[in-house]
Write a protein that binds this ligand. Structure first.
Ligand code: AKG
Ligand code: FE2
Length: 471
């Protein structure tokens, strides 16, 4: 998935942690490269709510420092934890050793976990999403393949035990290891390894559920302010004006703007919400040293271990196996690849699109939910199988909800990275020569989600991202 760590294949080892930092005032944004290897910045110790205690960052320039898996930047639940970036990989045994025989693990998902980040957007307007150096590198072509005609809407609900949105109540929802669900395989209560705020204290893992949709309260909605109305109008007008179009950002990297129809986005939210409330559903990855990632995630098809940075049978936090990968996603991913091929062929007047951007048959989907202060550091996605990586099979990313500022580049250096805004309905694909591009999400743009999407789903403020991969 997102790791820089090797699995005996001679890849980089070691994990550093970093965070986005503002470009001015002597602060850095994320990782910086250097001749003797990149240096990384750890999160400050933070309070229990994950907010930075002093707004500053510690810097660690350890030898061989690498970001942690996917460059996820944790915050620390208390100042006593080790804030150094460089850590040896966690052995499962030591995890188990560190647990008492009654390790109950309860993550505080409701607490805001992300320290706020400073962000300078003045130089990265939406128009700047023609990311490469010159416009010649950016192609904008209307797409035709029926993504918007409503004919390809997903009907995913038949597979699901959909919980009515009205019944949402985060405090009542928790999943205990050992519970069964058709979307997930049996969990192994003995395989409990997690680092909640209170450490390992009881035997059974309980991951507090995270509902990406807010409860429908039934209370009368206040009329939106004029300001809010105008903002919505502007956003809607922009979306309409943008239409659906495709851009080649670099060889093997294609952005399909406004690609998923509203009904498709709604279905995807409902599906993710439903799966996310079951076994193996959304949780906030926490490192065993207490560092937290700045998002909630789940992984479909295969579990993912943040400490090892690799796909595993049971996820360490609660022993859950991954929910199954819903085959309903296949047609959407296939359509996006097909349209990308058409775009490449039109643009390059070549028929070698499959060489430039190979097709994939996804069997893993990493689903991230970023709150308004969520983020993800620059990283490469390198945890898929060696064959998949060697074939440079693409990662296909769906963005839904609030827009996110997405950075990408050849190095783990935020200042050298290109920027593009990923808005609701956008699909980004990076494969072929771009398969190993460094990428991350520097910020979420609050209140940019389409109103109709929120009205229909009650999606929380924030951004949902799905990345499809073939293991
Ligand atoms: O949220 C995004 O746009 C990127 C997610 C990502 O890079 C990942 O999950 O590996
Ligand atoms: Fe990634």
């Amino acid at each position: 998935m997102y790791s820089d760590r090797g699995r005996g294949r001679g890849r980089d080892r070691g994990r550093g942690r970093g965070q986005w930092r503002s470009p001015g005032g002597g602060e850095n944004w994320g990782f910086r490269g250097g001749s003797s290897g990149p240096s990384f910045h750890c999160d400050s110790p933070v309070g229990a709510d994950g907010s930075s205690s002093d707004g500053k960052s510690f810097s660690n320039r350890g030898r061989n420092s690498q970001p942690n898996s996917r460059g996820w930047f944790p915050s620390y639940p208390n100042s006593a934890v080790n804030i150094f970036c460089q850590k040896e990989p966690l052995e499962k045994k030591s995890l188990e050793d560190s647990m008492s025989s009654t390790g109950r693990i309860l993550h505080d998902q409701s607490a805001p976990s992300c320290s706020s980040i400073e962000s300078n957007h003045s130089d990265c307007s939406v128009a700047s999403n023609s990311v490469n150096k010159g416009d010649s590198d950016t192609v904008s072509v209307p797409l035709g393949d029926g993504a918007k005609d409503g004919s390809m809407h997903l009907d995913l609900s038949h597979k699901l035990n959909i919980v009515p949105l009205e019944n949402q109540n985060e405090s009542l929802l928790s999943f205990q290891a050992g519970a069964k669900d058709p979307l997930s395989q049996e969990m192994d209560p003995n395989n409990v390894a997690s680092a909640g705020d209170s450490g390992y204290s009881e035997q059974q893992a309980v991951v507090k559920l995270f509902d990406i949709c807010l409860p429908k309260t039934g209370t009368i909605k206040l009329k939106p302010s004029l300001l809010a109305k105008n903002r919505e109008k502007r956003n809607d007008a922009k979306r309409a004006a943008d239409g659906m179009n495709g851009r080649i950002l670099r060889p093997g990297m294609v952005l399909l703007k406004n690609y998923l129809s509203l009904p498709e986005q709604i279905q995807i939210i409902k599906l993710c919400r439903d799966i996310g409330l079951g076994p193996g559903g959304f949780y906030q990855p926490v490192y065993r040293d207490g560092g937290r990632m700045h998002l909630k995630m789940m992984s479909l098809g295969r579990s993912w271990d943040p400490d090892r940075g690799e796909y595993v049978e049971h996820r360490p936090v609660d022993g859950a196996k991954a929910p199954i990968f819903p085959s309903d996603f296949h047609p959407l991913v296939e359509r996006a690849i097909k349209d990308s091929h058409a775009l490449i062929e039109r643009n390059l007047k070549s028929t070698s699109a499959e060489v430039i951007l190979p097709s994939l048959s996804p069997n893993i989907c990493v689903v991230n939910f970023y709150s308004e202060s969520g983020r993800l550091g620059l990283h490469q996605d390198k945890d898929e199988s060696q064959e998949s990586l060697d074939r440079r099979l693409p990662v296909v990313s769906f963005s839904i909800g609030d827009a996110g500022e997405f950075l990408y580049g050849d190095q783990r250096d935020v200042e050298k990275a290109e920027k593009v805004f990923l808005e609701s309905g956008d699909v980004l694909i990076f494969g072929g020569m771009s398969r190993h591009v460094f990428h991350g999400v520097s910020s979420v743009q609050p209140k940019t989600a389409p109103k109709a999407l929120l009205d229909e789903t009650n999606l929380r403020p924030g951004r949902l991202n799905l990345t499809f991969r073939e293991y």
